[in-house]
Design a protein around this ligand. Structure first.
Ligand SMILES: [Zn+2]
Length: 460
């Protein structure tokens, strides 16, 4: 099917132009003024923005955490993504005890096949200090097209510094990138024990158990390890001003370090942990929510280019039945995570662009162009001839109030409930196929499970 989108404001990272965009089958064929063609369908996008589909490089779909699993599977998670204007997600296969890295990629791939409604790829995780897993890095890059690896510096699945060094060395050699969850495990363990010994295990103590210094130290150490090996490095979910300062310093001296932050660290603060009853559980995430000062430092980091990507860390657990499964009075027992894949674009536009914190071009840069470039999604991330027709026709004035009942994520609460949004998707295309549209005061999913394809990636 050929589609002509007329008179919209075509937004790319560098510039916005009023023009037409012509889609032929699954590709963008032309971007120009006054395109005349025999399109099967013509859409008048007067007054609308035309954006490249957003990429969320940080989701946890069907992730097992002990006895429970994140609520969104590939079917619901990618339908929600489509409704939010996210046309590619990158998820994390996490090898279980004894499982190989490649088996784990295949296991996760089977969960996505026939289910995903938008395109997807994987960052295999090195979930323990194991020479077997490290040995598989080369094949994951070469044979599977998954050249980006997640390493945790905290939790039971953390890797030691030697493992991090070895994986950095491999990615430098074969073309890849290490992504780290940077928090110092010992500091967290020490603080958690200290709080428990003092009887301070109420939910409000969660942020104290994972202080800013734990992140700052781990970011700083990961940078030093990358610097030693000459490898690039990507810090996931950056949350603090002090850790950002370490990234800025490293970039200034030429280290190839990238940083990602998330809406929760830009828009919410640790005051949520003072809410009554079990409400704080909705915000128990790691790293924890920080201060307003950190929020504004992160916005500035996006503006200055020291933070290149906004992602979600989408990790949905129900408030009832999952967050409260192991007790309501102890922060150590609450499953960590917030849902977010569907609200990424609307929040960045409404809270970022509309409120004057970032430009429209910057929003497209951090949601599409940069993740495509950093993660080797060569067909995605920009509205240019030859790229995949992942396109969002976006109505910048449309109003919406966030409520989980009007969204598509399979979870019983939303951390942004009540946020008044200005600007919502109107039509969302994945490789030229309509997958979501605005109808009856909310987005409707109109795609098909199984449409989404695995995307092989390569990084130079
Ligand atoms: Zn995560």
């Amino acid at each position: 099917m050929n589609i002509l989108i007329k008179n919209g404001l075509i937004v790319n990272a560098g510039e916005s132009v009023r023009a037409d965009l012509y889609i032929e089958e699954d590709k963008i064929k032309a971007v120009a003024s006054n395109i005349t063609s025999n399109a099967d369908e013509a859409i008048d996008a007067e007054g609308m923005y035309v954006l490249p589909g957003a990429i969320d490089p940080h989701t946890h779909i069907s992730m097992e955490a002990g006895e429970i699993t994140t609520k969104d599977d590939f079917k619901s998670g990618t339908a929600a993504a489509a409704c939010g204007g996210i046309t590619t997600i990158l998820d994390f296969p996490e090898p279980a005890e004894g499982e190989t890295l490649l088996d784990c990629i295949e296991r996760k791939h089977k969960l996505a096949q026939g289910e995903a409604a938008v395109d997807y790829s994987f960052h295999p995780s090195i979930t323990r200090s194991s020479s077997e897993l490290i040995e598989e890095v080369e094949r994951a890059i070469r044979d599977y097209g998954t050249p980006t690896f997640k390493i945790y510096m905290a939790y039971d699945i953390r890797a030691d510094d030697l493992t991090i060094l070895k994986v950095l060395q491999k990615t430098a050699k074969y073309g890849g990138l290490v992504m780290v969850h940077a928090e110092n495990h010992s500091i967290i363990e020490f603080m958690t024990h200290k709080l428990a010994n003092e009887g301070r295990t109420d939910l409000r103590y969660h942020p104290e158990s994972r202080p800013s210094v734990a992140e700052e130290e781990a970011v700083s150490r990961a940078i030093k390890l990358a610097e030693l090996t000459g490898a690039g490095l990507y810090i996931v979910h950056l949350s603090t001003r002090d850790a950002l300062a370490k990234i800025r310093e490293a970039r200034a001296r030429g280290v190839r370090v990238f940083a990602e932050t998330c809406p929760q660290y830009l828009l919410l603060t640790e005051e949520k942990y003072e809410l009554k009853g079990f409400e704080p559980a909705k915000y128990i995430i790691s790293p924890p929510l920080r201060t307003a000062r950190d929020n504004s430092a992160l916005w500035n980091g996006i503006k200055s280019g020291d933070i290149q990507v906004a992602a979600t860390d989408h990790c949905p657990f129900d408030f009832k039945g999952m967050k409260d499964r192991y007790g309501k009075k102890d922060f150590r027992k609450v499953p960590n995570g917030v849902p977010g894949v569907e609200t990424l674009l609307m929040l960045l536009h409404s809270e970022g662009v509309v409120k004057g914190k970032i430009s429209l071009g910057k929003m497209v840069e951090i949601l599409s162009t940069n993740p495509a470039r950093i993660f080797g999604l060569k067909e995605k991330g920009a509205l240019l001839p030859g790229k995949d027709a992942d396109v969002v026709v976006f109505d910048p004035g449309r109003e919406f109030t966030i409520d989980h009942r009007k969204l598509h994520m399979n979870v019983d609460y939303n951390p942004y409930k009540g946020f008044k949004i200005t600007g919502m998707p109107h039509l969302v295309y994945s490789r030229g196929r309509l997958v979501a549209k605005w109808e009856g005061k909310k987005m409707q999913f109109v795609g098909n499970p199984g449409w989404g394809r695995f995307v092989r990636r390569s990084i130079n």
